[in-house]
Structures are given as structure tokens and as C-alpha cells.
Design a protein around this ligand. Sequence first.
Ligand SMILES: *[C@@H]1O[C@H](CO)[C@@H](O)[C@H](O)[C@H]1NC(C)=O
Length: 266
Amino acid sequence: MLLSVRIITPLFVLLAGVQAKLNTDNCQLISSSESEKNALILLEPLTNQSFTVKGKDGEPYSYIFQVCGDAAGMKNAGLVQKTEKPDVLVRIGNYNQTRAIKGSDWILLIYEGGKNYDNHCSGEARKAMIMISCNGNAKNDFFVVLEDNKKKEGCYYLFELDTDVLCQKTPSKLSGGSIFLIVVFSCLALYLTGGFLYQRLVVGAKGVEQFPNYAFWSQIGNLSADGCDFVCRSRGNREEPPTYRGVATEPLGEEPEERDDHLLPM
Ligand SMILES: *[C@@H]1O[C@H](CO)[C@@H](O)[C@H](O)[C@H]1NC(C)=O
């Protein structure tokens, strides 16, 4: 009992220590719900890297995105619009004002509290929505979908990140054929070991007789050998097997005995 406590307690502390170091903990959820917290944890493999994409239709700026970290080095900004020459950074959304909505194989990450619009959208704060979804073939493809700002309120910048991080890891993808083969070989192995043990321990067989249904299988073997013989050998060889010549020598062996009889004194 004491030993297990000694082993488990440091483990627990270690785990708690690892838990405290999650990068996604830097995101602050606007409404702290358990499901949003769990959604954020799934994004942990995407943290500590920067995703950049050019604006649509040759717009003179690019967007920089980071999961729960400073994008383009701007404090608390998770998504930033960057214009070059001269360099201007516009805060689109903050990761200290995050929502994370989880679906079957996607998470909608929302960063709120960006720079206020000047003319559009009644001057409300900019907001970034990043649709992060499973794509087994994608290596974190980040792209702009649209900027929806032609309305009074509820404007947003929409982005998409395709990644294999959110794809459910299935244990294995076995085809029907390989499952069939596995079942057949398992049954065969069970039959052989079970039969072997039965023959050895219950029947008390020795040597090759320990194989289950030895007589049956050897008969099958003989029959198939005969079949093979019939199919493979040419007819001429089969009618006159060389073994018959050996039989013919037997009467020769008897002759000296007969001669011996004659030599015996009467
Ligand atoms: C988030 O960060 C920004 C920029 O540092 C700051 O102005 C804002 O007050 C923060 N919001 C919250 C809810 O912490």
C-alpha cells in the first residue's frame, strides 16, 4: 500500500506538471465550459507554430495565425493582418478572448476583441473564425475563406486550417480479406495446439501421432500424393515402376539353397 502510494504520487505530480504546461492553457475562454476546454486540448499539437497566408485576390497583406500564442509577436493576438512596406500589424482577434466549438472532426476556433472597424460593421471589434478540420492528406494547410464585413454587426474574418491532427486515429484499417485470413489462421492454430495437447495428454500419443486426426490427414496426404502422381507423371513410367525388378531377384536367391540341399550327404 505504502509502496504504491510512493510510486503513484510522483506519477500524479508529474502528470499534473505536464498538464500545467499545455500551450492551449494560454487561450482564455470567454465562457469557461468543459466542452470548449476539451476542444482546446485537442489543438495542443498545433501550438508553437505560425501559419501564414496571403490575402485573397492579390490584397497587399497577409494573415498570421497561431493557436493560443502571439501571432507576429503581437501580445495576446492569435490572428494578425500584416501589411508590408510600411509594416502595419492589425489585430484581428485575441486568444485571451477565445471560443472553441467542437464537431465530429472539426473545431471552430473564434478569436474576438480585435481592432475596431473604422467604417464597416458599426465600428465593432474585429473577430477571427478559424475552421480547423480533419483532412488525412493535409499537412496543416491554412487559407483565407472570406471577410464578411458588409453588414451592420456580426462581421468576421473566416479562415480554414486543414490538418490530420483532428482525424480520429482508428486502431487499424484491415480489409475484409485480411480479417478472413486472420480468422482462418487463428482457427488453424487453435485446432493444432488444442488437438496436439489432447492427443498428448489425454490419448497419450507420441511422435507424429500427436498431431490431431493424424490418420485422416496422412490419408489426405497420401490421396493428394496419388493425385499428384497421376497428374504429374507420364503414363509409361507409372505402368512399370522400377521397384518390381527388385522382386524378381528373390527367386534367384533361393537357387543356392536348393543346390545346398543336393550337396548334403544322403
Ligand atoms: C486581452 O488582451 C488584450 C491585448 O493585450 C487586452 O487589451 C485585453 O484587455 C485582454 N482581454 C482580456 C479579457 O483579458
